[in-house]
Design a protein around this ligand. Sequence first.
Ligand SMILES: [Zn+2]
Length: 300
Amino acid sequence: MRADCKWKGLLLWAPLVIAGWPLGALLAYQRPRFRPGFNLFSPQQDMVIGRQAAAQLDHKLPLINDPEIVRYVSRLGRHLAEYAPNQKGFHYDWTFHVVNSDDINAFALPGGYIFVNRGAIKAALDEAQMAGVLAHEEGHVVMRHGTHQASERLLAEAPLEILSGYLGQSGSLLTQIAQLGIGFGLNSIFLQNSRNMEAQADRVGTYILYQAGYDPYAMAQFFEIIQRKHPQRTIQFFSDHPDPGNRIQAVEEEIPELGPRRRWKTDSPQFEAIKQRLLAMPPPPKPKTGEPTSAAPVHQ
Ligand SMILES: [Zn+2]
């Protein structure tokens, strides 16, 4: 009986060892640490700000309201968000919108409001690449890049003693933001990510893909493919990154540290069906002068 017990423990590990993964290597993987930057806001305030900004953009952007497309993107996005780090103790309002624009882009507002362009879905070669775009945007949300940027701006422009009176009161804080000229529109500070923030969103996105069982190389591959195939339609996506090669290389170097290779999910019949549905739709509306028609500014 004792011998049985002794072997039982080893047998649990046997399939992994047989698969070529020595115990030492398995134990060496560490959960990566993702540290958000300095922030004057609470995650709950991120949601208040994001909800308000999203409501404004809902009226300005041409959205696709096809229930099947929106349901598919929302379901995929919410599934991925379950694996996003840095969400202990609260739940973001994970909400997904599809913008009727052929520009290849996507953006995220604080609190979990994600907009993805029709062009980005069409350009993705499989579900894993589509998931990569959403996971990257979710990286911006959980690292709270929007309100981090706003915090730095507030600190630079308003004395701390004034600010401290507003903290904890969502309404007042929003008023204060407005008074400083920080808007909620497409050129909002909430959407101006630095190069470091993009790199962090890449790392979080890749982590989410791996944890959710998707090919973690898919996000970087998508960036590489769209840059090569559609240079004109992705200018915004890469304008912050003069050398996207480094970005792709940086992500790919970290993947082996996440854990052993698995049988990763790459595509699904649902993704292909959604893509066909988008291809069959009439072309996006022509932009009227001065009107935003796409999720363009995020990567500026
Ligand atoms: Zn980004």
